[in-house]
Design a protein around this ligand. Structure first.
Ligand code: ZN
Length: 438
C-alpha cells in the first residue's frame, strides 16, 4: 500500500485510543538523560516499532562533550519527626530533582529549604528541575506545601546512584526504495511530563507503525534520544553517514491545545521547510511559522554550523510558552489524544508530499501535446472538478522542465498537491512525462 492510501483511510478514533493508551503507559516512568527509566521507555516503544537499543559508555567523547555517568533512583522521601512521609517520590517523580546525588540525613527546616524548589506563581504545581552536570540534590514541591512546612527535624532520603554506566538511545530504521533518509528525532529524557515529551513519543511510535506498513521511496530513521547529549552522541556516532539525511523533523510538544508551530531549519528554505509550510497552510488548522533560532530542542545540534542538516521542528506550543511547561500541570489531563492525532496527521501529510515530490520532464515541450487524442482532455461542458484536473494537466506539462517539483507546481498554480500528483500520474501513463533524475 502507498502512504497516500494509508493516510486517506486513516482511522481517527482507533488511533486516538492507541495514543491515549500509550501515553498512559509512558507517563508514570521516571526518565532522565540516562538510566533504567529511559530503557523502560524504549522497551515500551518496541511494542510498536522495532527499535534497536544502543548503549554508549560513560566517558565516551562526543564532539566537545562526554557521555555522563548513569543516574538511577529507587526511592526518595522527606519524613517529619513523627515519621510521616510528607514528600514521596513514589507519588510523583517530579518531587526529586533529576540527577540528585544520594542523600541520607536529618536536618532542620532552614537547612532543608536550601534544597527545595517551588513555583510561587502557580502555588499548587510542582516544578521540574534537573542538575545533570552539577553534583547536588533537591526536592520540588508545591509552593502551598512549602508554606505549610513547620520547624522540625526532617529525615531526608534520596536513594539514587550516579555511576559509570551507559547513555541509552533507541533507533528504528525503515528501509525504502532509496537510501536517502528522512530523520525523525524525539527526546525521551523527561519524567512524568506529558506534552513535553510523552506526546512526542506516542506520535513517533504510531508514525513508525504506519510507515512500516506502507511501501516507501525514502528510508526513515526514527531516533529516541535524551535531549542535547543524545543528539550530540548520535551525531558523533553517525558523522560519516549524515549526507544520506535529506529531510528531518524534531518532534516535541504535540498534544496541547495551542496552534501548530513549524520552526524552520537553519537553511530556511529547504524542501522540508517548503513541504511542512505547505501542509500547514492546507491543514485547515490554525498554525504559526517561526524562523530557526539556536535554542529549543535537538534542532540546535542538527542545525549547528558543522552539521547543518535540513531539519526543522513541527510542534504545537513551543517550549516555555505555556505555563504548564516543566511542571506537574503538564499531565495526562493537559494533553488531548485528538491533538496528538491532528499533529500526527500533519507529520503523515509531510511524509506523503515528500514521498511524491518528484520533478519531471515534459517529453513533448514544443507547443502543447494533443491531450484529446490521448483521452486526457474532455472538451464537453465539464463539471468544475474536471476543469481543475485539466488545469492541473496543463500546469504540470508547462512547468515540468526538470527544475520544478510537483510542490512548486502546486504552489504556483494554486491547485491542491493531490490533484497535481494525479495529473502527473496520468501524464506519465501516456508517456508525456518522464521522471527527472539529478
Ligand atoms: Zn523539556
Amino acid at each position: 500500500m502507498k502512504i497516500d492510501e494509508s493516510v486517506d483511510n486513516i482511522n481517527r478514533k482507533a488511533l486516538e485510543k492507541e495514543i491515549s493508551l500509550l501515553m498512559q503507559k509512558l507517563y508514570p516512568i521516571c526518565r532522565s538523560i540516562t538510566g533504567n527509566g529511559f530503557r523502560e521507555t524504549v522497551r515500551i516503544l518496541q511494542e510498536y516499532i522495532s527499535l534497536s537499543v544502543h548503549e554508549i559508555p560513560t566517558g565516551t567523547k562526543v564532539f566537545d562533550w562526554e557521555v555522563p555517568k548513569e543516574w538511577n533512583i529507587r526511592d526518595a522521601y522527606i519524613k517529619n519527626s513523627k515519621g510521616v512521609k510528607i514528600v514521596d517520590f513514589k507519588e510523583n517523580n517530579l518531587h526529586v530533582m533529576s540527577y540528585s546525588v544520594p542523600v541520607r540525613a536529618k536536618m532542620s527546616l532552614e537547612e532543608l529549604q536550601k534544597n527545595l524548589f517551588t513555583l510561587p506563581d502557580y502555588p499548587d504545581w510542582i516544578p521540574y528541575k534537573t542538575s545533570y552536570y552539577n553534583e547536588t540534590w533537591g526536592f520540588c514541591i508545591s509552593y502551598n506545601q512549602f508554606k505549610s512546612l513547620t520547624d522540625d527535624i526532617y529525615d531526608v532520603c534520596i536513594d539514587s546512584t550516579i555511576e559509570n554506566g551507559c547513555l541509552t538511545y533507541g533507533e528504528y530504521y525503515c528501509k525504502g526504495e532509496t537510501s536517502d533518509e528522512i530523520l525523525i528525532s524525539c527526546h525521551a529524557c523527561h519524567p512524568s511530563l506529558c506534552n513535553d515529551n510523552v506526546s512526542g513519543l506516542s506520535l513517533v511510535a504510531l508514525l513508525g507503525k504506519i510507515l512500516q506498513s506502507v511501501s516507501l521511496r525514502y528510508s526513515y530513521r526514527i531516533i529516541i534520544i535524551p535531549g542535547t547529549i543524545g543528539s550530540i552522541t548520535w551525531l558523533a556516532k553517525n558523522q560519516l553517514s549524515l549526507a544520506r539525511i535529506k529531510h528531518g523533523l524534531v518532534v516535541n510538544n504535540v498534544g496541547d491545545n495551542g496552534e501548530l508551530t513549524y520552526k524552520r531549519s537553519r537553511i530556511g528554505d529547504a524542501e522540508i521547510d517548503k513541504v511542512t509550510e505547505h501542509v500547514l497552510r492546507n491543514s485547515g488548522l490554525s498554525f504559526n511559522i517561526v524562523d530557526f533560532s539556536p535554542y529549543g530542542y535537538d534542532e540546535r545540534q542538527y542545525c549547528s554550523p558543522g552539521i547543518n542538516l535540513p531539519v526543522g521542528s513541527l510542534q504545537r506550543t513551543p517550549h516555555g510558552q505555556y505555563p504548564e511547561y516543566h511542571t506537574s500541570a503538564d499531565n495526562l489531563d493537559f494533553v488531548l489524544p485528538e491533538n496528538v492525532f491532528d499533529s500526527l496527521l500533519q507529520y503523515l501529510n509531510v511524509c506523503k508530499i515528500l514521498e511524491n515530490n518528484k520533478r519531471y520532464i515534459n517529453e513533448k515541450p514544443y507547443c502543447e501535446p494533443q491531450l484529446g487524442s490521448r483521452g486526457l482532455y474532455d472538451t464537453s461542458a465539464a463539471p468544475s472538478s474536471v476543469v481543475v484536473d485539466k488545469m492541473a494537466l496543463l500546469w504540470v506539462l508547462n512547468l515540468s522542465d526538470g527544475t520544478h517539483s510537483l510542490l512548486d507546481i502546486s504552489e504556483r498554480s494554486g491547485i491542491k498537491f493531490d490533484l497535481i500528483k494525479t495529473a502527473s500520474d496520468a501524464l506519465m501513463q501516456k508517456e508525456l512525462l518522464s521522471e527527472y533524475i539529478d
